[in-house]
Design a protein around this ligand. Structure first.
Ligand SMILES: Cc1cc2nc3c(=O)[nH]c(=O)nc-3n(C[C@H](O)[C@H](O)[C@H](O)COP(=O)(O)OP(=O)(O)OC[C@H]3O[C@@H](n4cnc5c(N)ncnc54)[C@H](O)[C@@H]3O)c2cc1C
Length: 288
């Protein structure tokens, strides 16, 4: 209750920002059991040592939620816990804002060091050893909001593509009269609609109380590809204009590239989907 009052309520009221620190430069973020950050209990305090990067929004955040190993002898998925570290902790140091492809994000994507950060015992988030469980609870809903945002950006790019194709003429015809451009339009319409329905389906499953891991992984990698491909076609239809800053498309394109990496690379989400399909098939001898 104290944690909720001190940290959650000001967050919900929009008075402060937080950031989430899991990824580390030295090890593969796709296999979080490799994370090297450590937290040790010393009396009534946890002592945290960690080196993180890609902590989105770290500059200006009031606190960071840090994933660190607390129980090295436990089963791999029960070794880590999450901690709240205030940004004014003397051991909290923003090393740099990592220069990243795409437009500036408020608070940056930062490299952060935690050197002997002492936090009260109560700053453990949830239970000891439940770091991955909590991360999963946070990342699922986060991923579906990415998918929603991507549909909006894809749709805006689609609108620009269709509008321009009806205005620009070459060889006596508008671009929209050429079959290749019509294929761009038809493929984009189908892909955006598919992404929208997959997102709605995943959201519906979540509303039923299901974690919808397979459905969320499907829209994570499928949605990121639709986003990329639709913007790419919209740029192509605009010709040289498409890569200028005179339309929002080039900005969208730079942003879209990282969608295939953050919150789980495409390959990891495909692996999750394939594993679930195969598991069900082995049990029931049919695909679902
Ligand atoms: C814009 C942005 C914002 C981010 N914000 C945050 C944040 O706020 N907090 C945070 O903690 N992290 C954040 N991240 C980090 C992100 O979650 C990681 O980059 C991601 O999990 C991948 O980890 P990695 O970069 O270490 O790549 P690695 O794990 O080293 O993987 C590299 C590549 O290997 C391949 N690969 C990996 N696993 C497999 C597999 N099983 N099968 C086949 N190929 C595979 C993929 O092609 C992958 O892209 C952010 C990243 C970006 C780009």
């Amino acid at each position: 209750i104290e944690q909720k009052e001190k940290y959650l309520m000001p967050l919900v009221n929009g008075e402060i920002r937080s950031c989430f620190a899991m990824t580390e430069p030295e090890v593969s973020g796709s296999d979080p059991t490799m994370l090297q950050s450590r937290a040790e209990l010393d009396g009534n305090e946890w002592v945290i040592n960690a080196h993180k990067w890609f902590t989105t929004g770290a500059i200006g955040a009031s606190f960071s939620i840090v994933m660190a190993m607390t129980d090295p002898d436990a089963a791999p998925h029960e070794r880590f816990s999450m901690f709240i570290v205030d940004a004014d902790n003397p051991g909290f140091e923003i090393v740099r804002e990592v220069p990243v492809m795409g437009d500036h994000f408020a608070g940056g994507h930062c490299e952060v060091r935690y050197t002997n950060c002492r936090v009260p015992k109560e700053n453990l988030l949830g239970k000891r050893g439940e770091g991955f469980k909590l991360a999963q609870l946070r990342l699922g809903p986060g991923r579906i909001t990415h998918a929603m945002r991507w549909i909006g950006v894809a749709k805006r790019s689609f609108d620009l593509m269709v509008e321009y194709s009806t205005k620009r003429t070459t060889r006596g015809k508008t671009l929209s009269e050429f079959q290749t451009i019509q294929n761009f339009i038809a493929d984009s319409a189908a892909e955006i609609e598919a992404a929208r329905l997959l997102t709605l389906h995943a959201a519906w499953k979540m509303d039923q109380g299901d974690q919808a891991r397979k459905e969320i992984s499907i829209i994570k990698f499928f949605g990121a590809k639709v986003l990329h491909d639709v913007i790419d076609r919209a740029i192509q239809v605009h010709g040289a204009l498409g890569i200028t800053g005179d339309t929002p498309l080039e900005g969208f394109y730079r942003e879209a590239r990282s969608a295939r990496i953050y919150d789980g690379a495409d390959e990891v989400h495909r692996m999750v989907v394939a594993k679930q399909v195969l598991k069900a098939f082995k049990k029931e001898r049919v695909t679902r």
